[in-house]
Design a protein around this ligand. Sequence first.
Ligand SMILES: C[C@](O)(CO)[C@H](O)COP(=O)(O)OP(=O)(O)OC[C@H]1O[C@@H](n2ccc(N)nc2=O)[C@H](O)[C@@H]1O
Ligand SMILES: Nc1ncnc2c1ncn2[C@@H]1O[C@H](COP(=O)(O)OP(=O)(O)OP(=O)(O)O)[C@@H](O)[C@H]1O
Length: 318
Amino acid sequence: MTAANASLNENLPHFDLVQSAPAKINLALHVIGQRADGHHLLESIVTFADRGDRVGLSATDEDRFTVSGSFACDIPADGPAASGNLVLKARNSLRALLLQRGLPARPMHLHLEKNLPVASGIGGGSADAAATLRGLLALWAVPPFVDDRFSDDLAAVALQLGADVPMCFHGKPLMARGVGERTEALAAFPAFPMLLVNPRVPVSTPVIFRTLTNKANPSLVLPHHTVAAADWIGALAAMRNDLEPPAQALAPVIGDVSQALSETGARLARMSGSGATCFGLFSDEHARDRAAEMLCADHPDWYVLRCFSIGGDHHDTA
Ligand SMILES: C[C@](O)(CO)[C@H](O)COP(=O)(O)OP(=O)(O)OC[C@H]1O[C@@H](n2ccc(N)nc2=O)[C@H](O)[C@@H]1O
Ligand SMILES: Nc1ncnc2c1ncn2[C@@H]1O[C@H](COP(=O)(O)OP(=O)(O)OP(=O)(O)O)[C@@H](O)[C@H]1O
């Protein structure tokens, strides 16, 4: 398992290292089966926004955890509840893995800047966990090949933290399979001007999977040939998010969000993950910004984030 690059960030200047934890977007998500343990088998085209949460890390004498950001109030962060935070779960799991091998994992101050809405289908908690793993691997100076099994054990730790954590650890456009743990880079995948819109209704992932009735949908067909950036939108439009019907049944406003995105000029609008956030892909930045202004004026209570989706390592511009 290889991690996306670490990045220093000027807005959290007091930390030794700042890792970005970008929003994850399921551009298409097909549910094609179910395992005996109840987990669903998925095929998903996933990309990431250039915006998200941030995790600051600094070596210190005693472990600490602090939070800030617009959505800090919505996550477990204080007292015993804090141990349920995916940042601390990630730290504890990685530390246990290193200690098993006799490697040090010294105390750390971890700070989470929570900018993404919680339980919103854009993998905020998973992104935070993946960013924590990346940052700790760097600051704990874990040698790239601890032993033969380390990479497999690290992958297992990531998956145990959440089905979305392996893809967030990868951090670049990808095709995910299995329950989300098998990732394959989409190196030529384009970047798009994008809006993320959430009606501020939290949606529980387990509830959506539980209420899903159609568990054996047609497979996702990736284009065989190299697709020009602009043609990807057409290819994606022929795909689906199979979690959208159960999510809309639970939160009908998701349909309103998707429709509003289409009506304001999105070339493709769809729900991400288990909802309720919907993404809109736009032909250019101006069209995206006009749409954002209209959506904010018509729905002042919705969360609207202007961003770009990131492209693969070898992408052309859309
Ligand atoms: C909907 C997606 O976001 C798409 O990327 C993911 O499949 C969900 O990823 P996640 O939020 O990290 O999910 P987890 O925290 O691992 O799982 C929450 C619950 O969702 C259900 N779950 C999750 C993933 C999966 N492939 N099948 C499932 O049935 C299980 O009931 C599980 O207990
Ligand atoms: N750092 C964290 N950020 C967000 N949620 C967290 C965090 N730690 C624990 N949680 C808990 O995880 C649950 C899911 O939150 P999250 O925001 O990751 O959901 P999501 O965006 O729907 O994820 P996905 O797209 O992976 O299904 C919430 O109940 C929340 O309380």
